[in-house]
Design a protein around this ligand. Sequence first.
Ligand SMILES: Nc1ncnc2c1ncn2[C@@H]1O[C@H](COP(=O)(O)OP(=O)(O)OP(=O)(O)O)[C@@H](O)[C@H]1O
Ligand SMILES: [Mg+2]
Length: 315
Amino acid sequence: MLDDLESLNGVGSTTASKLRAAGYTTIEAVAVTPPREIMERTNIGFNTILKIQEAARQMVTTDFKTAQEFYEKRRAMKRCTTGSKKLDEALGGGIETLALTEFIGEYGSGKTQICLMLSVTAQLPHDQGGLEGNVAFIDTEGTFMPERVYQIASARGLDPQAVAKNIHVARAYNSSHQCLLIDKLFTLCPENNIKLVVIDSMISHFRGEYVGRENLSERQQKLNQYLHKLIRLSEAYNVAIVVTNQVQANPTAFFGDPNRPAGGNIMAHACTHRVFLRKGAKGTRIARVIDSPCLPEVPTRFLVSDKGIEDTEED
Ligand SMILES: Nc1ncnc2c1ncn2[C@@H]1O[C@H](COP(=O)(O)OP(=O)(O)OP(=O)(O)O)[C@@H](O)[C@H]1O
Ligand SMILES: [Mg+2]
Protein backbone atom coordinates (compact mmCIF):
# COMPACT_ATOMS: atom_id res chain seq x y z
CA MET A 1 0.00 0.00 0.00
CA LEU A 2 1.40 3.39 -1.00
CA ASP A 3 0.95 5.80 1.89
CA ASP A 4 3.67 8.33 1.13
CA LEU A 5 1.36 11.13 0.00
CA GLU A 6 4.21 13.66 0.03
CA SER A 7 5.85 11.74 -2.80
CA LEU A 8 3.08 12.98 -5.11
CA ASN A 9 3.94 15.89 -7.35
CA GLY A 10 2.30 19.02 -5.90
CA VAL A 11 1.63 17.61 -2.44
CA GLY A 12 3.46 19.27 0.44
CA SER A 13 3.06 18.49 4.10
CA THR A 14 0.05 20.83 4.50
CA THR A 15 -1.91 19.26 1.66
CA ALA A 16 -0.89 15.78 2.78
CA SER A 17 -2.18 16.36 6.28
CA LYS A 18 -5.46 17.77 4.93
CA LEU A 19 -5.87 14.63 2.83
CA ARG A 20 -5.02 12.34 5.73
CA ALA A 21 -7.36 14.15 8.11
CA ALA A 22 -10.19 13.60 5.62
CA GLY A 23 -9.43 9.89 5.44
CA TYR A 24 -7.41 9.74 2.23
CA THR A 25 -4.34 8.14 3.72
CA THR A 26 -3.02 6.29 0.69
CA ILE A 27 -2.16 7.23 -2.87
CA GLU A 28 -4.71 4.66 -4.02
CA ALA A 29 -7.48 6.29 -2.02
CA VAL A 30 -6.58 9.68 -3.54
CA ALA A 31 -6.53 8.19 -7.02
CA VAL A 32 -9.93 6.51 -6.92
CA THR A 33 -12.11 9.06 -5.11
CA PRO A 34 -14.27 11.45 -7.13
CA PRO A 35 -12.55 14.90 -7.06
CA ARG A 36 -15.69 16.66 -5.89
CA GLU A 37 -15.80 14.47 -2.81
CA ILE A 38 -12.18 15.24 -1.92
CA MET A 39 -12.90 18.95 -2.40
CA GLU A 40 -15.90 18.85 -0.07
CA ARG A 41 -13.98 17.08 2.64
CA THR A 42 -10.61 18.85 2.46
CA ASN A 43 -11.19 22.40 1.16
CA ILE A 44 -8.36 21.86 -1.33
CA GLY A 45 -9.06 23.67 -4.63
CA PHE A 46 -10.66 21.63 -7.40
CA ASN A 47 -7.88 22.17 -9.95
CA THR A 48 -5.23 21.26 -7.42
CA ILE A 49 -7.11 18.05 -6.70
CA LEU A 50 -7.24 17.20 -10.39
CA LYS A 51 -3.47 17.63 -10.62
CA ILE A 52 -2.82 15.57 -7.49
CA GLN A 53 -5.09 12.84 -8.79
CA GLU A 54 -3.31 12.81 -12.11
CA ALA A 55 -0.04 12.23 -10.25
CA ALA A 56 -1.65 9.61 -8.01
CA ARG A 57 -3.05 7.73 -11.01
CA GLN A 58 0.38 7.58 -12.59
CA MET A 59 1.69 5.93 -9.46
CA VAL A 60 -1.06 3.38 -9.05
CA THR A 61 -2.03 2.95 -12.73
CA THR A 62 -5.77 3.26 -12.46
CA ASP A 63 -6.14 3.55 -16.20
CA PHE A 64 -5.36 0.53 -18.32
CA LYS A 65 -3.70 -2.35 -16.59
CA THR A 66 -2.37 -5.52 -18.07
CA ALA A 67 -4.10 -8.76 -17.20
CA GLN A 68 -0.93 -9.72 -15.38
CA GLU A 69 -1.24 -6.64 -13.12
CA PHE A 70 -4.87 -7.55 -12.45
CA TYR A 71 -3.78 -11.05 -11.61
CA GLU A 72 -1.30 -9.73 -9.04
CA LYS A 73 -3.97 -7.55 -7.46
CA ARG A 74 -6.45 -10.43 -7.32
CA ARG A 75 -3.77 -12.59 -5.71
CA ALA A 76 -3.82 -10.26 -2.70
CA MET A 77 -7.46 -11.28 -2.25
CA LYS A 78 -8.09 -13.27 0.93
CA ARG A 79 -11.05 -15.37 2.03
CA CYS A 80 -12.70 -15.49 5.41
CA THR A 81 -14.42 -18.59 6.72
CA THR A 82 -18.06 -18.50 7.82
CA GLY A 83 -17.44 -21.43 10.16
CA SER A 84 -19.36 -23.80 7.87
CA LYS A 85 -17.25 -25.67 5.31
CA LYS A 86 -20.31 -26.23 3.14
CA LEU A 87 -21.24 -22.55 3.13
CA ASP A 88 -17.62 -21.56 2.46
CA GLU A 89 -17.59 -23.90 -0.55
CA ALA A 90 -20.82 -22.41 -1.85
CA LEU A 91 -19.17 -19.00 -1.62
CA GLY A 92 -16.13 -20.19 -3.56
CA GLY A 93 -14.00 -20.60 -0.42
CA GLY A 94 -15.38 -17.99 1.99
CA ILE A 95 -16.13 -14.28 2.07
CA GLU A 96 -13.73 -12.42 -0.24
CA THR A 97 -11.75 -9.26 0.34
CA LEU A 98 -11.80 -6.82 -2.62
CA ALA A 99 -15.51 -7.58 -2.88
CA LEU A 100 -18.93 -6.77 -1.54
CA THR A 101 -20.98 -9.73 -0.32
CA GLU A 102 -24.69 -9.30 0.34
CA PHE A 103 -26.80 -11.54 2.58
CA ILE A 104 -30.48 -11.28 1.80
CA GLY A 105 -33.30 -12.82 3.79
CA GLU A 106 -36.42 -12.39 5.84
CA TYR A 107 -36.35 -11.75 9.62
CA GLY A 108 -34.66 -14.51 11.58
CA SER A 109 -33.03 -16.03 8.50
CA GLY A 110 -29.56 -15.64 10.02
CA LYS A 111 -28.15 -12.48 8.42
CA THR A 112 -27.03 -10.89 11.67
CA GLN A 113 -25.79 -14.24 12.98
CA ILE A 114 -23.48 -14.59 9.97
CA CYS A 115 -22.22 -11.02 10.45
CA LEU A 116 -21.45 -11.66 14.13
CA MET A 117 -19.73 -14.93 13.28
CA LEU A 118 -17.58 -13.30 10.60
CA SER A 119 -16.61 -10.57 13.10
CA VAL A 120 -14.98 -13.35 15.11
CA THR A 121 -13.49 -15.47 12.30
CA ALA A 122 -12.04 -12.44 10.46
CA GLN A 123 -9.61 -12.07 13.34
CA LEU A 124 -8.17 -15.58 12.96
CA PRO A 125 -4.82 -16.15 11.26
CA HIS A 126 -4.87 -16.86 7.52
CA ASP A 127 -4.13 -20.55 8.02
CA GLN A 128 -7.26 -20.87 10.16
CA GLY A 129 -9.44 -19.21 7.56
CA GLY A 130 -9.24 -15.66 8.95
CA LEU A 131 -8.15 -12.31 7.57
CA GLU A 132 -5.73 -11.50 10.40
CA GLY A 133 -7.49 -8.21 10.88
CA ASN A 134 -10.01 -6.27 12.90
CA VAL A 135 -13.63 -5.48 12.22
CA ALA A 136 -15.84 -2.42 11.72
CA PHE A 137 -19.53 -3.09 12.29
CA ILE A 138 -22.21 -0.53 11.39
CA ASP A 139 -25.42 -1.56 13.10
CA THR A 140 -28.49 0.20 11.77
CA GLU A 141 -31.12 -1.82 13.60
CA GLY A 142 -29.73 -2.05 17.13
CA THR A 143 -29.30 -5.81 16.82
CA PHE A 144 -25.55 -6.04 17.40
CA MET A 145 -25.29 -8.30 20.46
CA PRO A 146 -21.89 -8.19 22.23
CA GLU A 147 -23.00 -11.13 24.40
CA ARG A 148 -23.31 -13.23 21.28
CA VAL A 149 -19.75 -12.31 20.23
CA TYR A 150 -18.52 -13.41 23.67
CA GLN A 151 -20.51 -16.65 23.37
CA ILE A 152 -19.15 -17.50 19.90
CA ALA A 153 -15.57 -16.64 20.84
CA SER A 154 -15.70 -18.72 24.05
CA ALA A 155 -17.30 -21.68 22.27
CA ARG A 156 -14.42 -21.58 19.80
CA GLY A 157 -11.74 -21.48 22.49
CA LEU A 158 -10.82 -17.83 21.90
CA ASP A 159 -10.39 -15.11 24.50
CA PRO A 160 -13.75 -13.30 24.24
CA GLN A 161 -12.44 -10.02 25.64
CA ALA A 162 -9.58 -9.89 23.17
CA VAL A 163 -11.96 -10.69 20.30
CA ALA A 164 -14.52 -8.09 21.37
CA LYS A 165 -11.82 -5.42 21.66
CA ASN A 166 -11.07 -5.75 17.96
CA ILE A 167 -14.63 -5.11 16.80
CA HIS A 168 -15.39 -1.41 16.30
CA VAL A 169 -19.15 -0.99 16.47
CA ALA A 170 -21.20 2.07 15.53
CA ARG A 171 -24.94 2.39 15.75
CA ALA A 172 -26.32 4.35 12.77
CA TYR A 173 -29.47 6.24 13.71
CA ASN A 174 -30.60 7.29 10.23
CA SER A 175 -29.42 7.09 6.64
CA SER A 176 -27.34 10.26 6.69
CA HIS A 177 -25.66 9.12 9.88
CA GLN A 178 -25.00 5.78 8.18
CA CYS A 179 -23.39 7.61 5.23
CA LEU A 180 -21.23 9.64 7.60
CA LEU A 181 -20.05 6.47 9.29
CA ILE A 182 -19.20 4.93 5.92
CA ASP A 183 -17.10 8.02 5.12
CA LYS A 184 -15.27 7.53 8.41
CA LEU A 185 -14.28 4.02 7.39
CA PHE A 186 -11.67 5.51 5.06
CA THR A 187 -9.71 6.62 8.14
CA LEU A 188 -10.76 3.85 10.51
CA CYS A 189 -9.75 0.94 8.25
CA PRO A 190 -6.09 1.77 7.67
CA GLU A 191 -5.58 3.08 11.20
CA ASN A 192 -6.96 -0.04 12.87
CA ASN A 193 -5.98 -2.79 10.43
CA ILE A 194 -9.63 -3.44 9.61
CA LYS A 195 -10.11 -6.31 7.19
CA LEU A 196 -13.88 -6.84 7.52
CA VAL A 197 -16.56 -4.17 7.29
CA VAL A 198 -20.15 -5.13 8.11
CA ILE A 199 -23.23 -3.00 7.40
CA ASP A 200 -26.26 -4.62 9.00
CA SER A 201 -28.49 -3.59 7.31
CA MET A 202 -27.45 -1.52 4.30
CA ILE A 203 -30.93 -0.56 3.31
CA SER A 204 -33.38 -0.41 6.21
CA HIS A 205 -32.94 3.33 6.93
CA PHE A 206 -33.14 4.16 3.24
CA ARG A 207 -36.36 2.22 2.87
CA GLY A 208 -37.84 3.77 5.97
CA GLU A 209 -36.96 7.36 5.11
CA TYR A 210 -37.46 7.63 1.37
CA VAL A 211 -41.07 6.57 1.12
CA GLY A 212 -43.12 6.90 -2.05
CA ARG A 213 -42.36 6.79 -5.76
CA GLU A 214 -41.35 10.46 -5.92
CA ASN A 215 -38.42 9.81 -3.55
CA LEU A 216 -37.26 6.58 -5.09
CA SER A 217 -34.71 8.00 -7.51
CA GLU A 218 -33.07 10.15 -4.83
CA ARG A 219 -32.89 7.14 -2.54
CA GLN A 220 -31.36 4.95 -5.22
CA GLN A 221 -28.82 7.61 -6.13
CA LYS A 222 -27.65 7.93 -2.53
CA LEU A 223 -27.56 4.18 -2.08
CA ASN A 224 -25.55 3.81 -5.28
CA GLN A 225 -23.07 6.47 -4.20
CA TYR A 226 -22.43 4.74 -0.89
CA LEU A 227 -22.26 1.24 -2.31
CA HIS A 228 -19.57 2.49 -4.68
CA LYS A 229 -17.69 4.07 -1.81
CA LEU A 230 -17.71 0.67 -0.14
CA ILE A 231 -16.34 -0.94 -3.30
CA ARG A 232 -13.54 1.63 -3.39
CA LEU A 233 -12.85 0.97 0.27
CA SER A 234 -12.56 -2.76 -0.36
CA GLU A 235 -10.05 -2.12 -3.14
CA ALA A 236 -8.06 0.57 -1.40
CA TYR A 237 -7.47 -1.46 1.77
CA ASN A 238 -8.03 -5.07 0.66
CA VAL A 239 -11.08 -5.33 2.91
CA ALA A 240 -14.05 -7.71 2.80
CA ILE A 241 -17.38 -5.86 2.84
CA VAL A 242 -20.51 -7.64 4.03
CA VAL A 243 -23.92 -5.99 3.82
CA THR A 244 -27.32 -7.35 4.72
CA ASN A 245 -30.57 -6.70 2.92
CA GLN A 246 -34.20 -7.52 3.44
CA VAL A 247 -36.65 -9.10 1.08
CA GLN A 248 -39.71 -7.30 -0.14
CA ALA A 249 -42.91 -8.84 -1.38
CA ASN A 250 -43.31 -8.76 -5.14
CA PRO A 251 -47.07 -8.60 -5.70
CA THR A 252 -46.75 -9.30 -9.42
CA ALA A 253 -45.06 -12.69 -8.94
CA PHE A 254 -47.56 -15.44 -9.72
CA PHE A 255 -44.94 -18.17 -9.93
CA GLY A 256 -41.74 -18.85 -8.04
CA ASP A 257 -40.50 -16.93 -5.05
CA PRO A 258 -42.80 -14.00 -4.21
CA ASN A 259 -39.98 -12.29 -2.31
CA ARG A 260 -37.17 -10.35 -3.91
CA PRO A 261 -34.23 -8.40 -2.49
CA ALA A 262 -34.88 -4.74 -1.67
CA GLY A 263 -32.83 -2.05 -3.38
CA GLY A 264 -33.51 -3.09 -6.97
CA ASN A 265 -30.87 -3.01 -9.68
CA ILE A 266 -28.61 -0.68 -7.71
CA MET A 267 -28.03 -3.32 -5.04
CA ALA A 268 -27.89 -6.11 -7.60
CA HIS A 269 -25.16 -4.43 -9.64
CA ALA A 270 -23.02 -3.16 -6.79
CA CYS A 271 -22.77 -6.44 -4.90
CA THR A 272 -20.15 -8.90 -6.11
CA HIS A 273 -21.80 -11.89 -4.43
CA ARG A 274 -25.43 -12.18 -3.38
CA VAL A 275 -26.59 -14.89 -1.00
CA PHE A 276 -30.22 -15.67 -0.25
CA LEU A 277 -30.92 -17.08 3.22
CA ARG A 278 -34.02 -18.84 4.45
CA LYS A 279 -35.07 -20.93 7.42
CA GLY A 280 -34.94 -24.71 7.01
CA ALA A 281 -36.17 -27.61 9.13
CA LYS A 282 -34.93 -28.19 12.71
CA GLY A 283 -33.32 -24.80 13.19
CA THR A 284 -31.15 -25.10 10.10
CA ARG A 285 -30.72 -22.36 7.51
CA ILE A 286 -30.46 -22.65 3.76
CA ALA A 287 -28.18 -20.42 1.70
CA ARG A 288 -28.32 -20.01 -2.05
CA VAL A 289 -25.86 -17.91 -4.02
CA ILE A 290 -27.76 -15.92 -6.66
CA ASP A 291 -26.77 -14.05 -9.83
CA SER A 292 -23.15 -15.22 -9.61
CA PRO A 293 -21.14 -15.35 -12.83
CA CYS A 294 -18.91 -18.10 -11.44
CA LEU A 295 -20.60 -19.89 -8.54
CA PRO A 296 -23.32 -22.56 -8.85
CA GLU A 297 -26.76 -21.83 -7.35
CA VAL A 298 -26.99 -24.99 -5.24
CA PRO A 299 -28.83 -24.64 -1.94
CA THR A 300 -26.53 -25.25 1.04
CA ARG A 301 -27.63 -26.13 4.55
CA PHE A 302 -25.90 -24.78 7.67
CA LEU A 303 -26.63 -24.43 11.35
CA VAL A 304 -26.86 -21.47 13.73
CA SER A 305 -25.60 -22.64 17.12
CA ASP A 306 -23.72 -21.56 20.25
CA LYS A 307 -20.56 -21.74 18.14
CA GLY A 308 -22.04 -19.23 15.70
CA ILE A 309 -22.29 -20.84 12.27
CA GLU A 310 -21.34 -24.45 11.58
CA ASP A 311 -22.08 -27.41 9.33
CA THR A 312 -25.22 -29.42 10.05
CA GLU A 313 -24.66 -32.75 11.78
CA GLU A 314 -25.89 -35.01 9.02
CA ASP A 315 -23.05 -33.74 6.82
N1 LIG B 1 -27.06 -19.28 20.34
C1 LIG B 1 -27.89 -19.60 19.36
N2 LIG B 1 -28.12 -20.89 19.05
C2 LIG B 1 -28.95 -21.23 18.07
N3 LIG B 1 -29.65 -20.35 17.32
C3 LIG B 1 -29.48 -19.07 17.59
C4 LIG B 1 -28.60 -18.61 18.60
N4 LIG B 1 -28.65 -17.26 18.60
C5 LIG B 1 -29.51 -16.90 17.64
N5 LIG B 1 -30.03 -17.97 17.01
C6 LIG B 1 -31.00 -18.01 15.92
O1 LIG B 1 -30.83 -16.91 15.08
C7 LIG B 1 -32.10 -16.29 14.84
C8 LIG B 1 -31.91 -14.82 14.61
O2 LIG B 1 -31.24 -14.67 13.39
P1 LIG B 1 -30.73 -13.26 12.88
O3 LIG B 1 -30.78 -12.28 13.99
O4 LIG B 1 -29.43 -13.48 12.21
O5 LIG B 1 -31.84 -12.90 11.82
P2 LIG B 1 -31.78 -11.78 10.71
O6 LIG B 1 -31.75 -12.48 9.41
O7 LIG B 1 -30.70 -10.84 11.02
O8 LIG B 1 -33.21 -11.12 10.91
P3 LIG B 1 -33.67 -9.58 10.86
O9 LIG B 1 -34.15 -9.33 9.46
O10 LIG B 1 -34.79 -9.53 11.85
O11 LIG B 1 -32.51 -8.75 11.25
C9 LIG B 1 -32.90 -16.58 16.06
O12 LIG B 1 -34.26 -16.59 15.77
C10 LIG B 1 -32.40 -17.93 16.45
O13 LIG B 1 -33.17 -18.91 15.74
MG1 LIG C 1 -30.61 -8.89 11.66
